[in-house]
Design a protein around this ligand. Structure first.
Ligand code: N1C
Length: 276
């Protein structure tokens, strides 16, 4: 009899201990969640930090708080597929693109070659060397209707919609970069693809259309061939490019192997402009 009662008492005690343990565990989990919610930096804050630190690093006296607020009003709280290029007007007004005559370099499907070259030889400036270009290069951002957040992944891309947050930025910034292009202007196109001047590219659909013959003297195409030459200067798409250029802008084209550009970039003796 007594044994039975002692066993009952023990099992009641064990049940109590169990309940206390579960209670403690639940309290700990809730505490951890509350702490995580309080201490985590939102993606928006993290993106703002990257923007601001790149802004500070660029120098040039830009007002980073002012440019950030001009930037975020373009897309925060909006459908990421319905952010037209004009949304970035305020940003471009806050940080206008400054021309650098005879040194401006455009590109299409040659991003790595161009930036490898420009990083080694300070002969040309690309869109990514301008203030807005350098702050936003390589980043992804978007928001959604009614949200104050910035997301840096899962944003719609090129194939999802034309007026996506990121593409519209490059469209607007590239149009401004092209509008101020002056003197002798260069473009690196890809000779290892069938259509080096592709109508869908930002270079063809936006930049060439914004060139101003009052400021620009010439356009020099550097057709870079990687392992295989697929297109040369006689390529039909390049004839379209020539036709698109406004009267008063002269045109030239050189076929240049990528290896020649790489060697020249690493040769400190070679002056600017002698790589092709
Ligand atoms: O569509 P593209 O090339 O012809 O665009 C390149 C053209 C350059 O001359 C630049 O001035 O447009 C400007 N530009 C950028 O500077 C830029 N930086 C990063 C356009 N796009 C830019 N990006 C990203 O590269 C952008 O997010 C998009 O995905 C590509 C476009 O590259 P592309 O098709 O080779």
């Amino acid at each position: 009899m007594e044994d039975g009662q002692a066993q009952k008492r023990k099992s009641r005690q064990r049940r109590k201990q169990c309940i206390v343990l579960i209670f403690v565990a639940v309290v700990l989990v809730v505490l951890a969640i509350v702490l995580w919610l309080v201490l985590r930096t939102s993606e928006h804050e993290e993106f703002k930090r990257v923007f601001t630190s790149r802004c500070d690093a660029y120098g040039g006296g830009y007002d980073c708080a002012k440019t950030w607020s001009a930037f975020e009003q373009a897309y925060v709280g909006k459908d990421p597929c319905f952010v037209p290029p004009e949304s970035y007007q305020a940003l471009i007004e806050a940080a206008p693109i400054k021309p650098d005559c005879n040194r401006m370099m455009f590109w299409s499907k040659t991003k790595d070659v161009v930036h490898d070259f420009t990083s080694k030889k300070e002969c040309f400036i690309t869109m990514e060397d301008t203030f807005v270009g350098s702050v936003l290069d390589g980043l992804t951002w978007c928001s959604k209707v009614g949200s104050k957040e910035t997301f840096t992944s899962g944003c719609p891309g090129w194939s999802d919609c034309v007026n996506n947050t990121v593409r519209s930025f490059w469209s607007k910034a590239s149009a401004s970069f092209a509008q101020v292009a002056c003197g002798k202007v260069s473009v690196m196109l890809n000779g290892s693809i069938a259509t080096p001047f592709s109508p869908a590219s930002i270079f063809a659909s936006i930049e060439v259309k914004n060139f101003n013959p009052d400021n620009m003297k010439s356009l020099e195409v550097v057709l870079v061939t990687q392992d295989k030459e697929v297109s040369n200067c006689a390529n039909p798409s390049l004839q379209d490019l020539q036709k698109e250029l406004a009267q008063g802008i002269s045109y030239s084209c050189s076929e240049v192997p990528e290896s020649q550009i790489e060697e020249c970039a690493s040769d400190p003796e070679k002056p600017c402009g002698s790589c092709w």
